[in-house]
Write a protein that binds this ligand. Sequence first.
Ligand code: SF4
Ligand code: SF4
Length: 694
Amino acid sequence: MSPSRETFGNIPHGGIVFFYWLTVVSIAAFTYGIWRRFQLWKKGLPIGVRAFIAGRLTEIWSRLRPRLARLLTEGLGQKRVTGRGLAGWSHIALFAGFMILFLGTTMLELDHLASGISQALKFHKGTYYVIYEFTLDIFGLIFLAGCLYFLWRRTRRPRSLGHRATDWYVLGSFLAIGLTGYIVEGLRIVWQHPTGIAAHCSPIGLVISGWLSGLTDAGARSMHRAVWWIHAVLVFGFIVSVPYTRLLHLITGPLNIFFAPGGLGRMVPLSMEEVEKTERIGVSAIDQFNQQQLLSLDACMECGRCEEACPAFATDKPLSPKKVVQDLKGHMTRILNQNGLLTSTKENQSIGCTQEPALHGGVIQAETLWSCTACSACVRVCPVRIDPLTLLTDMRRNRVGEGTLSGTAATALRRMQSSGNPWGLPAADRAVWAEGLEVPLAKEKSDFDILYWVGCAGSYDRRAQRVSRAMVKLLKLAKVNFAILGREEKCTGDSPRRLGDEFLFQELAQVNIETMAKYNVRKILTQCPHCLNSLLKDYVQFGGHYEVLHHTQFLEQLLAEGRLEVEAPGPQTEPITYHDPCYLARVNGIHQAPRNVLTASHTSSTSGLDLREMPRNREKTFCCGAGGGRMWMEEDPKKRVCTQRSAEALSTGAKTIAVGCPFCLTMMSDGVATQNESARVLDLAEILAERLRL
Ligand code: SF4
Ligand code: SF4
């Protein structure tokens, strides 16, 4: 006889009816819970779903394809969950077990419906049955292993992990569902007496049936029925609890992975028309975030990865990206509870939503907002693509618009507006660093191949000027046909944009784009990763399309082409480490070129180079503390990010710290000095120029 089993075997007809009744009730409770959250997300600013659906098919598909790919790799494939040791693998085990058990239960139900129509339609038998039972048995174990790990981990209470009483219920019920599932199977084998492959295809169930073999058939049947109901009630409890516990991320996680905008280092532009229409800049109330951002708040499962990666949190600043997300989620939910479903902010005020503190100053403190270095570490590590950085910069826009930013950062913004650089130095002095080097200016040399974008630091900061001079010497040695803009160059506007002054950024970008259009600039070389990101990802939003290369990429090319030649072999170097700038390595994925330049700077092979990598390198690099406009802010000397990062660099035993960013150059030099260490901090261009005795 073909191996098989009845779906509701041993359950009387009345019990089956009651089971379906409970199914309807629990699905209704689940749907209501999700619907309530959905109503909440809907109150955010529209994300253009309707316009998207109404678009051309080819357009829809081109935008849909990468999102579906993300859903497959990051949702189903759990790609972003790995990289955290056993915790990552346990989540994959729990997820894989859950998905297979869920799929198995659905197939069982389909078989029941099909065989209800006609026994000929029953497919839960034969080879399919054997594979089904075996697969579910094994994945049940995988599911339980994941579950046990998370229960154990929760008893250890890691600092970064969120803790709620319901977490115990969730994990406990998972464990109970898995265990009762196996007991039900064991009891079924006891009273059903399957033999051969029909019994052995459920190896775990068979083992359990051995433990219960002392039961009579009648006793096994009664017990089977009782445990079956316990199992069913636990499953219904699980379904109902999804919208009300951390399990919500089962729904919101994949949704956010799908709807979140992809890529790091991009910001949504703000238009003056929008500001005039809405009479506000940025976000001053929860419903001024967009719908995807509100959804993302509900996707957070408090895993703490963002907090562990955050340089502000690591240096005891009052900022944890996880807490920002949770505080905003709590704020959104409390408004829901007070007013039924969230109405508009004005309505909230008019209907007396007074218990709930204001977003700015109440839910999110100013110190929290301004502590962010915009390093994108939190965004990169979040398994469900939550973007705390954009939540913060959207709120920053409002604070700057309201004129509440004061101190050194506000002064830097004023100077950028009046003089085109954060130091407020005259435009006429912008190319003073180049005196004696005969650096061609774009206005005097129209046929240049590449524009050398020096940046504010490279132009005005004494230390960074040495990098610019080294670069020019290298370019000249390689006979590169280049030019600079000189006094026509202005700050790219990276700092104002990340600080929240969108219109100052747009003003600066507009002027720079016009200047570059005048000289038909297509290819740009820059030593500043912040300028690189802005020219590449910000300017494109305003019509500036350029090929932008970091100086390490360009130097790597010149070395590979033999236009710069290093005599080999070089002397054995003192230990050296390389600090990856966030906006180069993490945000723009450029981390091999700097290492190649370093290698080539010493010998034609790695033999003369003693490169010591820091534990946090490449995309996982740790910020120097200067991004997001923090360069222009005061920092408590005891809590400086650069102190922590330079300590990490020095702990490798390095005597030289190589960098590829003028901000990092300043910060790492400060950090080394604070620790009374004598290690040299050098830009890669300086190291190469030194090696070439320029
Ligand atoms: S925001 Fe993302 S990384 Fe941070 S705690 Fe929530 S889920 Fe984890
Ligand atoms: S961008 Fe960096 S500093 Fe800002 S919250 Fe995220 S991890 Fe922290």
